[in-house]
Design a protein around this ligand. Structure first.
Ligand code: NAD
Length: 484
């Protein structure tokens, strides 16, 4: 299968925080890869803007080093790198000061798309939005891209929305949740809405439950202080996992159009039931294999922040009433694995005697590693011995199915930045969506705080606290194994 690369319009992209970790690890390497793929017109420019004093050559050198470190060796083509870095410039700006803004304005060209990527702390969003406006650097078609975390509760998210809304229309604001840029996550929509096969079964009548797992092996080391103020609920559930749940649970939008899709996601969030304390298990990893415990990494021996969470979520609408969604995510688990598993109900009547061999049909959508899908189906166990049943996977790895192109799936950030330039907001969170997610999350977090709840411990390299198993067992279900 040959993938089509459709070039975007020429643009001026300003990356605030251009010297920072995210910009150097993801944004610049991602832009280079799109340039190499022929998607970025050569007359486009990318301008780093940050506090450090530096000239264009300095930023170009920094970006060369980022490409050398973070782009696969077989994609490092010297001529393409030279041509790409020649498009890079730099302006020293303190978001809270007045210097540099006129210089930035002079770099902006007429007749090209202008985008401003705020790869800086959210506390600077207001200052930057304000000065972009004050120095007349934006035009009515300009886009502003903001990184997570988008607030830490409903109140702060509202404040951020308000600050952005003072100078930008909602149609100009791109709130990044990089999970939505993942190939497989978008594929959820293709699988659901481009096939007739699944839709008739996609409801509580046929779906017993859904499991969404995002397991990580890494610790919070290096960002312990930030993480300790957030925890798994704010860092993963409120945004990434909520988005996955929405894509699985939402009604078909009337069109694949940004607002149509986001309207449907919003309806799901609004239909989420409050979560009972008994339906949540929180955990903190212990020390192990020569590595720190969560409390050591967070440098806070009294921390009550969770590095793991498992929860049962109910959706009160016609489609899903009676089908729980079980979510779990955590650090320092057995393996790095993200998947969504949709477990179907039993057939109404079995004509076979071999009840033991019977297992549920499960549709597994693997987000990582090895992006793809498995459909677990029952077949006759081969060979003699009568009609014995066995469960086998119909396995589709995208990399295998799509050949070389499948193995060369663009990184989420690359895709999302190209969507910003195209002006397509489908894969970005709308302001009301983010607020609705916080409105659901806030009472859960307040409940823990009020009760002073401390997370359970779990062994590093395990699949989480024991209590999380019980969350499923008591419903007569079990988690899928996190495989090494
Ligand atoms: P960082 O600390 O590595 O970089 C911050 C950047 O902001 C630097 O370029 C710095 O010069 C610039 N900066 C700081 N204060 C400034 C000021 N007053 N004026 C102008 N520039 C200023 O941070 P990061 O890890 O790159 O993260 C940037 C943002 O992206 C944060 O909001 C973070 O939460 C978010 N984020 C980061 C990651 C990641 O993987 N690093 C992932 C998701 C979201």
């Amino acid at each position: 299968m040959v993938s089509r690369v459709i070039p975007v319009d020429p643009f001026d992209l300003v990356v605030f925080g251009g010297t920072g970790d995210l910009a150097q690890r993801k944004i610049i390497p991602g832009l280079y890869r799109r340039f190499l793929a022929g998607q970025i017109p050569p007359e486009s420019t990318i301008i780093g803007a940050a506090r450090s004093e530096m000239d264009d050559a300095g930023f170009q050198q920094l970006s060369r080093e980022a490409i050398a470190e973070f782009v696969a060796k077989d994609k490092q083509e010297p001529e393409a790198i030279d041509a790409f870095v020649a498009r890079l410039g730099y302006v020293a700006i303190d978001a809270k000061g007045e210097g540099g803004w006129d210089a930035l304005k002079k770099r902006m060209r007429e007749g090209v798309v202008r985008a401003f990527y705020l790869s800086v702390a959210p506390s600077l969003f207001g200052d930057i939005a304000e000065r972009l406006h004050q120095y007349k650097i934006t035009d009515p078609d300009s886009r502003i891209v903001v990184e997570k975390p988008f607030g830490r509760d409903l109140e702060s998210a509202r404040a951020l929305n308000k600050v952005l809304a003072q100078h930008f229309d909602e149609a100009q604001i791109y709130r990044i949740d990089h999970y939505l840029g993942k190939e497989t996550v978008q594929n959820l929509m293709a699988v659901r809405f481009a096939n007739i096969l699944f839709e008739p079964l996609w409801k509580s009548e046929y779906v017993d439950h859904v499991q969404i797992t995002v397991a990580e092996t890494v610790s919070v080391e290096g960002r312990g202080a930030y993480y300790d103020r957030a925890g798994a609920m704010r860092d993963m559930v409120q945004n990434h996992m909520m988005q996955l749940l929405c894509l699985i649970a939402m009604e078909p939008p009337y069109h694949f159009d940004p607002d149509a899709v986001r309207d449907e996601k919003l309806k799901v969030i609004r239909a989420l039931d409050p979560v009972e304390p008994d339906d949540i298990v929180r955990g903190q990893y212990l020390a192990g294999n020569g590595q720190n415990s969560y409390l050591q990494d967070a440098e806070n021996p009294a921390s009550k922040t969770e590095s793991y969470i498992a929860m049962k979520v109910n959706i009160s609408n016609w489609r899903w009433k009676g089908t729980p969604f079980y979510l779990r995510t955590g650090k320092r688990l057995r393996a790095r694995e993200s998947e969504i598993a949709i477990t179907f109900r039993e057939p109404p009547h079995s004509i076979f005697d071999d009840a033991e061999g019977w297992r549920e049909n499960v549709l597994v959508i693997r987000l990582q590693p090895n992006e793809g899908m498995d459909l677990m189906v029952m077949i006759k166990e081969p060979g003699p011995g009568g009609m014995r049943l066995a469960q086998v996977p119909l396995d589709m790895s995208f990399a295998e199915a799509l050949g070389e192109e499948g193995a060369d799936i663009p990184d989420a950030y690359e895709r999302l930045i190209m969507d910003v330039i195209r002006g397509n907001q489908t894969l970005f969170m709308r302001g009301d969506e983010v607020e609705a997610a916080w409105a659901w999350t806030d009472p859960i977090i307040h409940g823990w705080e009020q009760r002073g709840e401390k997370p359970k411990s779990y062994d590093a390299g395990s699949s989480g606290p024991e209590d999380a198993l019980m969350l499923m067992h008591r419903d007569g279900r079990r988690w899928r194994e996190i495989r090494e």
